[in-house]
Design a protein. Structure first.
Length: 90
């Protein structure tokens, strides 16, 4: 995913501008792994294999996202019964 494309993305829930942390890029400076966070609703949207994961909560697959996020040192909450995909405050 190109940085210029990432800059255009907004939170699908509330249309807020997202904050992006880039964890890994390829040789073309495209974002391979990263994390978008929404300052309004506190949801996070990971970038995995160059693709931003911005599905509605009910279609998110927590167990697929968790390893990447933990690799980069992020604690994430998996609220029950429905995962909320919120970043925990440090
Ligand atoms: Zn939001």
């Amino acid at each position: 995913m190109k940085k210029s494309f990432a800059d255009k993305l907004v939170c699908p829930v509330d249309k807020s501008e997202l904050k992006l942390q880039v964890f890994a890029t390829n040789t073309d400076q495209e974002i391979i792994e990263g994390l978008f966070t929404c300052p309004t609703c506190k949801r996070y949207y990971p970038v995995i294999y160059g693709l931003p994961i911005m599905s509605p909560d009910e279609y998110r697959q927590f167990h697929l996202e968790q390893p990447m996020l933990e690799k980069w040192g992020h604690q994430i909450s998996n609220g029950t019964p429905t995962p909320k995909f919120l970043l925990e405050d440090k």
